[in-house]
Design a protein around this ligand. Structure first.
Ligand SMILES: CC(=O)SCCNC(=O)CCNC(=O)[C@H](O)C(C)(C)COP(=O)(O)OP(=O)(O)OC[C@H]1O[C@@H](n2cnc3c(N)ncnc32)[C@H](O)[C@@H]1OP(=O)(O)O
Length: 212
């Protein structure tokens, strides 16, 4: 039997997760949010039970956590929150919407979130705390690091390597074999034809580094 989950954050990404968790018949014990003003609200029928500290009312073996913080570029906030609760011994649930198609030999690490309509092909691996968002496609043998956000509708061709803490914007396309290094951001709609160094923002067709 799966443990009940507590969702961190009460925003839009959390609502998408709630839908996925319900579709997968996962019990949700409550939502916590950094904003105390939200305590007592209900989100799709689930109560906001407290601020983040409320998690400590639960023992680490009683619940799993779900990272409900989204990202539109830097994934730093999600990454920090994940690390903070891991340091306290909590485990994060891996969330898979039942409409996602996942190859039998694909690997999903702790806290990976695979949203509705996503496709993960043979030999691909998704790292800890990474999101493969709505209708994104991760093709064969891609290796996705930890704390990565692959936004809705992204297409990663075969053998793409994405290092930790990268954001790949909505609808971007990456050709086969490209390596995107850590903490970089790929703009929405970009077409990435060459390797991307770490810590930069690229966008456009073809994608080029943004002027500083
Ligand atoms: C479910 C969800 O909602 S998940 C969230 C998904 N959202 C995303 O993936 C958003 C991804 N973010 C982007 O694409 C952003 O535009 C970024 C991060 C690439 C750049 O953001 P900023 O640094 O704020 O850039 P800013 O908006 O100031 O634009 C600077 C210039 O770059 C251009 N530009 C920005 N993004 C892009 C892009 N994706 N493609 C082409 N040009 C772009 C702008 O038009 C502007 O050009 P100008 O100076 O000639 O007017």
């Amino acid at each position: 039997m799966s443990l009940p989950v507590v969702i961190l954050g009460a925003g839009g990404h959390a609502r998408v997760l709630l839908e996925a968790l319900r579709s997968a018949s996962r019990q949700v014990a409550g939502i916590v949010d950094a904003d105390p003003a939200r305590i007592g609200e209900t989100v799709m029928g689930v109560l906001v039970i407290g601020t983040d500290e409320k998690v400590f009312d639960f023992r680490t073996n009683e619940i799993e956590l779900v990272n409900g913080i989204g990202s539109v570029a830097s994934t730093a906030k999600r990454v920090e929150l994940f690390a903070a609760f891991k340091a306290h011994g909590y485990r994060f649930a891996t969330v898979v919407h039942p409409s996602a198609v996942i190859a039998s030999d694909a690997e999903l690490a702790e806290g990976a979130q695979i949203m509705a309509g996503a496709v993960i092909q043979a030999g691909a691996s998704i790292g800890m705390n990474s999101i493969v968002n709505t209708r994104a496609a991760v093709d064969h043998d891609c290796r996705i690091g930890a704390g990565v956000h692959i936004a809705p509708g992204v297409t990663l061709s075969g053998d793409v390597r994405v290092d930790d803490d990268v954001h790949i914007g909505t609808g971007a396309t990456v050709i086969q074999g490209v390596h995107i290094s850590g903490k970089s951001v790929v703009g929405a709609g970009s077409v990435v034809l060459r390797d991307v160094p770490g810590g930069v923002t690229v966008y456009g067709v073809p994608a080029r580094e943004a002027r500083k």
